[in-house]
Design a protein around this ligand. Sequence first.
Ligand code: PLP
Length: 413
Amino acid sequence: MSVLDRADFEALDAKDPLAFARERFHLPDGVIYLDGNSLGALPKATAGKIDTVIREQWGQDLITGWNKHGWVDLPRRLGAKIAALIGAQADEVVVCDSTSLNVFKLLSAALALRPDRKVILSDNGNFPTDLYMAQGLAQLLGRDHRLELVAPDKIIDRIDTDVAVVMLTEVDYRTGRRHDMAAVNARAKAVGAHTLWDLAHSAGAFPVDLNGTGADFAIGCGYKYLNGGPGAPAFLFVARRWQDATQQPLFGWFGHAAPFAFETAYQPKTGIDRFLVGTPPVLSMAALACGLDTFEGVDLSLVRQKSLTLGDLMIQLVAQECAGFGLTLASPTEGVRRGSQVSYAHIGGYAVMQALIARGVIGDFRAPDLMRFGFTPLYVRYQDIWDAVATLKTVLTTAEWRLPAFNQRAAVT
Ligand SMILES: *Cc1c(COP(=O)(O)O)cnc(C)c1O
């Protein structure tokens, strides 16, 4: 492969069809942000929008805002916007609660479809909160459900007639390895199992096709690629065919058939609304709406293309510039098997990342030794990859990562 230099990256930026989207974000000067997979950047519209909702809507209209400003419809309205990003119908997605809670709700709904089966199947690289939620639910149900974990590449073969639910995160948060959603859904369907997908690292990162691949249930995160802000509300998807056939166990009044009838007995609404629990967090939803608006007019297939090129270039450039410094690529080299991030193992991974952050290149670290670099094609430029790798090279050649200051662990890594 030919040697890359900065001009190659600038040339790609000059003809990038997504370059316009970067203007939609507030990005601090001197920072290269490669952590949108953990917390999306701030859209320029967010602060003004929140200010309006606070001062004009809440401040002036008080409780009448629920009807007047449609606050009460926010879970559905934002759900419809997310549906367009993940291959779902508008009435199959709602925004509500946190990712963790939605795992609990939908896993419970999915398990009830196969009361005869006891296995919840997942992979051993899945995000811990998903696994914890499954363990807690199994304990609460007290019906001998068993969470079984196998290596990611063993999932398909393990899906058999004893499996009730296959619960997977499509893209591994550490390595970026991507499951074959269509193949998993097909195999599950063939043996009468159901699928629950976590799209935390998929929604907004590339086109997802839940209905086209036959997914049953899905959940996802509002604060990563959807740019909803720290702790933004999450979303859930229930395929239409299961909406009235299943229930979630948290009987809250927003899932009731007639919340304002104030009846004493629970009666679930029909459709996706029964998966709601309580009052929507309007201010947080307003911020998430701005995050979703950054996708206005954006072709997700271009997002995918750019994300893969950014990743391929990073891999090529690290090999060119940083060989011999103990970095081991932990992500698939093949784009089709990768999400929107590239990870490297390094013995001093935590400290190297701290040194990078001190120099304005923000990625993050996941134990035991992985440095993650996430690509959000809406605001990451090609030249940022060049500059990030140049900084990485400096940090490694000077060995400044060995300084004690970079080796003290903070609470959030
Ligand atoms: C980020 C993430 C979560 C986060 O769950 P919260 O309830 O928002 O804390 C869950 N699952 C996966 C796979 C994630 O990447």
